[in-house]
Design a protein around this ligand. Sequence first.
Ligand SMILES: [Zn+2]
Length: 280
Amino acid sequence: MRIGRFDIFPLVDNHFRLDGGMFFGVVPRVMWEKVFAADPRHRVEFAVRVLLIRDGRHNILVDTGIGGKLDPKLAERYGVSRPPGLLPALKAHGLTPEEIDLVLFTHLHFDHAGGNTWREDGRLRPTFPRARHLVQKGEWGQALEPDARSRAGYFPEDLEPLEEAGLVELYEGEAELLPGIQTFPTGGHTRHHQCVKITSEGQTALYLGDIMPTAFQAPPAYTSAIDLYPVEVMEAKAGILEQACRESWLLIFDHDPFTPFGAVEVREGKTAVEPVPGEP
Ligand SMILES: [Zn+2]
C-alpha cells in the first residue's frame, strides 16, 4: 500500500490464541462469536502483524512480533504453532535484518517486542543489529520493572540485549521521528502505549497497536480485559475515529485475523470501520 512517498507493508510474524473472553473484555460472547470462532479451549486465533515502512532511503519496522524464542510452554498456551514469519517476510522484500534502520514500538509486550532478539549458541543477540530502537521512556521503564499486573506481558530477554548493544534510544511524548513518521501517546492499553502515524502528500495511515487491535473493536466501548486503563482506551479510540473519518485515514490493525486495513465511514449517522482490501 502506498502513502505518498512511503510504501507500507503489514507483515504477519505469526498467529497466536487468546481466551476470547479475556481479549474481548466487556463485549458479550454472543456478539463476538458471530465473527470469531473459539477453539475447544475457548481461545480465538489472532494475527501478530508488524509494519514495514520504506521510503527508498529508510527501512523502518513498527513492532517486531513474537519472534522465535518463546518458551515452549508459553507457545503451547498461546497456540503459537508456526515458525516466526518476520525475517522470511523481510527477505521476500529483499531485506536482510542488517538493512533495518529504525525500529519503533507501540508498546513492549512480548507479542510486539519478542522479535527484537534471537538466541544463538545459548546467547541472546539483537535481531536488527544496525537499527536504532526508539522507545517511549515510560514504556521502557514499565517493561523492565513491571507492576504486578503487567509482569506476564514483558520479558527482559526481549529488551536487555538491545540495551547492552547500545541500540536503545529513549524519548518522551509525541514526536516526529522522521519527516512524515510520528508517534503519539494514547495510554489505555498500557500507561505509555502509542500509535504510529505515517503522513505524506495528503495521505495518512495509522498503525493502531493494541488501542484497536481488530476492526471489530472499533466501537469505543469495546475495551479488552487486558487493557490497563479502559476509559483511556475509549477516549483514544473516539478521538482517532473522529479524525480518521474527517481526514480519510487508512487504519492498520495489528491483531485482526481477517484484514490488516480499515477505513472509517459514516453510515446512518453512525461511524463504522470497513475493511479495505489488502493481503491478510
Ligand atoms: Zn498485542
